[in-house]
Design a protein around this ligand. Sequence first.
Ligand code: HEC
Ligand code: HEC
Length: 322
Amino acid sequence: MKSFSLAKPSLLILAILAASACSNEQNIQAVDRVEEAAAIARVQGLEARAEQLKNDMPAATEVSAGVATGSTAGAKPTIQMPDESTIPDDEYGAAVRRGLQIANHTYKELPDNVGNQLNCTSCHLANGSEAFAAPWQNMPSIYPIYRTRAGRINTIQERINGCFERSMNGTALDLGSDDMNAMVSYMAWLSKDMPYGVSPEGRGFVKVDKSLEPDTVNGEKLFAEKCSVCHGVDGEGQYNDDGTYVFPAVAGDKSFNDGAGMARTYTAASFIKGKMPFGQGNTLTDQEAVDIAGYFTHLPRPVKANKDKDWPNGDAPKDVRR
Ligand code: HEC
Ligand code: HEC
């Protein structure tokens, strides 16, 4: 099972790499091959697929360790948000629109499930469609995947709820609720021009060197210089009268909790290296990003209950909060 499941995708990937070096017409074929490779991986079971997807995974990935099977990076589809006029005028389209509304106005739309003052798009920038800001294209065809934090396979609905309980410091949506369906519908529509099951360009965040140690004294100084003008001196954010933010909180009770991915030094460093200061992504060095992240992630913030149940197999990364 094992050797069989690895051999075939590797050959296909070689074919993809060869094809993608050629002309336009062959590029169209290369995309077909990506679909083919993904389809084979799927029928061979989730373990083989997780291994293959691992090669496309970003710095802060949470997929289980696996054997490298080659890279599909050369064939990675570029991502963009489809034109909103292509949202159909039917029940599916209504769910897509609701999902888009929730993504951008999560705090206002779902007060029972959101315990801070953030929106999904506070981190999943540009409607969840921006490369290196953990874009959502193809999430409904990439999940379910095995995640080491949970120690089990997670569906896309469970992954979304992970961000509700941590990034939003809130509570899970009912898995079968209309609003959960709307979020998944929106992600499916975002993916409509993508080959099935393939990681989007810029999945997750840019990489930073995780061997760097944070200097939080320098981080505090840099935060004051480069971040506090928008996010506030203590990272508390800035607000309109109705409680929606002008600039979101990166610390304090209106921010994500200490069980969130963004509360981990190297995950936060990856995000801010690629995307912050807002509009000036990729201007910080790795060391500066790690220093700033080590500082602001450890400012006071909501505490996630039952964090000790995360990473049940004892394989927690070094920046996980306990
Ligand atoms: C405070 C920042 C933050 C907010 C707010 C947030 N997320 Fe996330 N989200 C993350 C981080 C960090 C990851 C992990 C990225 C990685 O693995 O590199 C993530 C991952 C995800 C993924 C999986 C991405 C992948 O490539 O596997 C999905 C889906 C997702 N979030 C959905 C949501 C939804 C829906 C909301 C709103 C209810 C939300 N997130 C709010 C930070 C956030
Ligand atoms: C010019 C204003 C501005 C500056 C300067 C800025 N940010 Fe942001 N930041 C934003 C905006 C705006 C968003 C949310 C985007 C949205 O809602 O569409 C954001 C989002 C974030 C988020 C994810 C959401 C949250 O609240 O947790 C983090 C973390 C973050 N910024 C950290 C930083 C850090 C660290 C710096 C300094 C290196 C920085 N930002 C500098 C405007 C800024």
